[in-house]
Design a protein around this ligand. Structure first.
Ligand code: PLP
Length: 372
């Protein structure tokens, strides 16, 4: 028998969360962001749930090619644009839209020989200071790009640094509006956090929203809000089983470094999941977990292949019991990935992207459950 750990991808939950993005921005088109192998879900499995999107946004040309092979004929946007001139040939061949964020990318376009003019998203650095033209340089970049015969249409975009937090987006929206007011073209500003929290603000949802983390069932602003608040469902379950139990006496310790010491007699279970599966090593004692669908917590340090869980309040659980590390448990129990991420000092994004290759993944809840 293989090791009992597995990940499930809930195809129907992906579709549900995509519909939630549409409800949040009813007049916008929705890019489903599927970079990083669809946030660790696997591009093919994610596509099964997200094919109702208006377009797919990603980074890797190889992933764009895979989407075309899966049969997607609609828009695909490269969020970092081209990395070298010959990427433009791939854009022409696969009909990819691409972000232009720096002068070199305009130079490459100007030198590119193509029969088919391309769609580009010109990116402004409105305060994130990662990618994009400064507001003062934006207009001349737009003019240069618009004059190129290689370019069919120029859309305008920017990205928010604080859509999930207290600083908010108003300062960046103001910079973007001031520099683009009289420019034609479609707009794209909002990520998941802006779509959920700020879509009602003027101009924020137009014309395309870029929904990433929300379609994967994680709240962008946890712990201020959780997925239940936003009406989202988990799309990834990581589950395993107990492969041993131990009876501890007061003073007994658990695991490497003896970081957990029992204060009283207690029973613990050993679950077959560790940091080599993508479970975060920084999740200390007390990280939430479901055992047979009931809530419990981890005790001691996370090992490479095992974690210990408290069974004190779960007398019916033991060897073979199902342990849900995050996602949907048995009997309707649910453990949002955000709670585990928070306990480990990180965010849901990192945990789903870090699911390890050794964990078998299965898509469920679609038209015909499939391995993949
Ligand atoms: C990743 C990414 C998104 C999606 O962000 P979420 O917070 O996951 O919704 C949107 N826009 C750009 C440019 C991105 O790189």
């Amino acid at each position: 028998m293989p090791r009992p750990i597995e990940a499930l991808i809930h195809v129907d939950a992906l579709a549900h969360n995509l519909a939630r993005a549409r409800r949040a921005a009813p007049d916008a088109r929705v890019w489903a962001v599927v970079k990083a192998r669809a946030y660790g879900h696997g591009l093919e499995r994610a596509y099964a749930g997200l094919r109702g999107a208006d377009g797919f946004a990603l980074l890797d040309l190889a992933e764009a090619e895979q989407l075309r092979r899966l049969g997607w004929r609609g828009p695909i946007l490269l969020l970092e644009g081209c990395f070298e001139p010959r990427d433009l040939e791939v854009c022409s061949r696969l009909d990819l839209w691409h972000v232009v964020h720096c002068d070199a990318q305009i130079d490459w376009l100007a030198a590119h020989k193509t029969e088919r003019a391309q769609r580009v998203f010109l990116k402004m650095n409105s305060g994130m200071n990662r990618l994009g033209f400064a507001p003062a340089a934006f207009r001349s970049a737009w003019a240069r790009l618009s004059a190129l015969p290689q370019v069919e249409e120029v859309a305008l975009m920017t990205h928010f640094s604080d859509a999930d937090g207290g600083r908010g987006i108003a300062h960046q929206v103001a910079v973007f509006e001031a520099a683009t007011r009289d420019l034609p073209g479609e707009r794209s500003l909002a990520n998941s956090a802006a779509t959920l929290r700020h879509a009602a603000d003027a101009g924020v949802a137009a014309d395309w929203v870029r929904a990433g983390i929300m379609v994967y069932g994680s709240a962008p602003d946890f712990p201020a809000h959780d997925i239940a608040h936003w009406g989202l469902r988990p799309t990834m379950t990581l589950r395993t089983r107990l492969i041993a139990t131990q009876q501890l006496e007061a003073g007994d310790s658990v695991g490497y470094g003896s970081s957990f010491v029992a204060g009283a007699p207690m029973r613990i279970g050993i679950a077959a999941a560790g940091y080599a599966d993508g479970y975060p090593r920084h999740a200390g004692s007390g990280t939430p977990v479901l055992v047979d669908g009931g809530r419990s917590v981890t005790v001691g340090r996370v090992s490479m292949d095992m974690i210990a869980v408290d069974l004190s309040a779960l007398p019916g659980s033991g060897l073979g019991s199902e342990v849900t590390l995050w996602g949907e448990g048995p009997q309707g129990g649910r453990l949002p990935i955000d709670e585990v991420a928070h306990a480990a000092g990180t965010i849901g994004y990192e945990l789903m992207c870090a699911l390890a290759p050794r964990v078998p993944v299965r898509a469920v809840g679609g038209d015909g459950d499939a391995d993949g």
